[in-house]
Design a protein around this ligand. Structure first.
Ligand code: PEP
Length: 259
């Protein structure tokens, strides 16, 4: 059975002290809550070990925002999947559009990263999504299909089942412009059919597919209520514990409708 997940992506924000403080606030809020979803925060590399020590990682999952495409060696400035895992992190965001766009990450590179993350028992949160031009020219389904096929379809069904996918239309990230719940549902259903075509219906039905792109407390419930939307990858709104918890709590409103 697939899981509902709300995951924060802090990006390049917060000093160490600020980050530990934010993680503690989310951890504290979760202590008295009974969330109807798994809750994860993905934080800068520099914060991982300190945040791991400051939170209850059974209640609040911890992840990195990236990892290297090599396991070790002379790659100055890089951080490997084993290093990430050694901090206590259990997740890693891979293929975020900002990595693809600003750091030239290709499907070939991402394939390596996925394999290395899986070898460390990290759960990749693998991001896919089209840019505005592709949304407008109507090629968005093909674009996302290609991203999935190129980077992920060499995996065995067993390994594919360990992934979480995040559909993040690039035009909605950090822009305040959210995909409508219908646009998100259409794409998530499409992604699920692409997975079913390769790995079968059971694997497709069990894959958690998150939506990301200007998700906030005011629109989370409408998005998460859609049958193929299993939660969110949250950027800006994850930098404030109250708004992040507002999104987590959106699942309470809709839980009885969905499962
Ligand atoms: C993201 O970058 O993963 C994201 C969804 O950002 P935002 O919520 O700020 O649009």
């Amino acid at each position: 059975m697939r899981k509902n997940i709300v995951a924060g992506n802090w990006k390049m924000n917060t000093t160490l002290a600020e980050g530990v403080g934010l993680a503690k606030d989310v951890n504290e809020a979760l202590k008295n809550a009974t969330p109807k979803c798994d809750v994860v925060i993905c934080v800068p590399f520099t914060h991982l070990a300190s945040v791991a020590a400051a939170i209850d990682t059974d209640k609040l999952g911890l992840g990195a925002e990236n990892c290297a495409d090599h396991v070790k060696g002379a790659y100055t400035g890089e951080v490997s999947a084993p290093m990430v895992a050694s901090t206590g992190a259990k997740y890693v965001i891979l293929g975020h559009s900002e990595r693809r766009q600003y750091y030239g990450e290709t499907s070939e590179i991402l394939k390596e990263k996925v394999n290395l993350a899986l070898a460390e028992n990290l759960t990749p949160i693998f991001c896919i999504g089209e840019v505005l031009e592709q949304r407008e020219d109507g090629t968005y389904n093909e674009v996302v299909t290609k991203q999935i096929e190129e980077a992920l379809f060499d995996l065995t069904a067993e390994d594919f089942s360990k992934l979480v996918l995040a559909y993040e239309p690039v035009w909605a990230i950090g822009t305040g412009k959210t995909a409508t719940a219908e646009q998100a549902e259409d794409m998530h259903a499409h992604i699920r059919s692409v997975i079913a075509g390769k790995y079968g219906k059971e694997v497709a039905d069990n894959t958690s597919i998150l939506y990301g792109g200007s998700c906030k407390p005011s629109n989370a419930a409408e998005l998460f209520a859609k049958p193929d939307v299993d939660g969110g990858l949250i950027g800006g709104a994850a930098l404030d514990a109250a708004s992040f918890m507002g999104i987590v709590n959106a699942f309470k409103e809709i839980f009885s409708l969905k499962r």
